[in-house]
Ligand binder design. Sequence first.
Ligand code: GDP
Length: 441
Amino acid sequence: MFDNLSEKLERSFKLLKGQGKITEINVAETLKDIRRALLDADVNFKTAKTFTEKVKEEALGQDVLSAVKPEQMMVKIVHDELTKLMGGASTDINLKGEPAIILIAGLQGSGKTTFTGKLASFLKTKRSKNPLLVAGDVYRPAAINQLQVLGEQISVPVFTQEGSKDPVQIAKDAIKEAKQKGFDLVIIDTAGRLAVDAEMMNEISAIKNAVKPHEILFVVDSMTGQDAVNTAKEFNDRLDFDGVVLTKLDGDTRGGAALSIRSVVNKPIKFVGTGEKMDALDVFHPSRMADRILGMGDIVSLVERAQEQFDEGEARKLQKKIAKNQFSFNDFLSQIQQIKKMGSLKDLAGMIPGMGKAIKDMDFDDDAFKEVEAIIFSMTPAERETPELLNGSRRKRIAAGSGTSIQEVNRLIKQFEDTRKVMKMMGQGKNLSKLMANMPM
Ligand code: GDP
């Protein structure tokens, strides 16, 4: 799904590689590429423009975090903006009403009837509803039959009126029957046309006025890109629907509909169809969709965790200690603990751009820090603060205490001293966490 868009966005982030921070100058090319990627994905022109403007504003306003590279920060910003663009949080459907009435609208072939079945099955299993389906497409006998077949598959009854050509009356009668027979949910499938026409709109408006649905869902084929957005607008102008259902997201869709609909009609996407089977239905979560579009959920969570964990005040204190060559084993330990808090080693390594695929099947030892920690824990407070104290006999004691060997203790002390030297040379603790993460353990 959205493969092309994902690849292009990934390429645009790479343009920031090697930069110390995001500036007006170095971000320009990236923004241009992001906008082009969105337009290629058939995102509405205005939406793409506003989007890149917001990304720019965010990017220039960000604090420089020592643990995060500009290209990673950019992934996070684009992720958050994509989430906002698609509506922020997910929006539930309104099931209040005795029975609750849901009206399904959309063009022919959009996936209305399939969705009607999927929704009934979903609400039956996930929300313990007792639905009645209504076959409101009186023009195509095959449509009624199609709904009956689906109803049988999911064990949900379908209300039909043989020979009737009056969908308003059918809907009213279905609701009457639902009340009599104790159904708490009525889902009305309606007739579509190949294109928007007045007759279809009049008919569905008449049903709306007659049954006063609690929820009107507009179903649209995501493969139709900008047309989907235009159709949504026409239906919304007439029906003022409550939510959008995007179907066929399992296909080779470019993403334009998913990304533009919300900002054009200002109505939330509530469900997405991901296949022909009755269980191929997902509740729409903007943030998860943004994850999928970027294919970089890892980096997004890395930046989030770094933003949570890294205390800039602590980092400054540490910089001072390093400058005075007072960096101790206690600081070393707390750095390791910070890195550990950020996630497993495999996760962290996978977040390094380009590493993800390379290490996918590798075995990572999440206990790699364990020995190091054991050795440091076996030191006395004085030894941790003043590593110069660590003579031969102390090293022997520490090896025995930590269950390691004297070679391992020596190696760690050597690494620590090397680290200290490098830090001193750098003169500041700016890239401390990166340095530590890259240390051979
Ligand atoms: P309607 O005319 O709007 O009622 O559309 P249908 O429900 O008959 O769907 C039209 C076609 O699209 C059918 O062949 C469905 O199986 C197919 N379809 C519907 N939803 C999806 C979906 O989410 N993914 C895929 N791949 N096919 C779908």
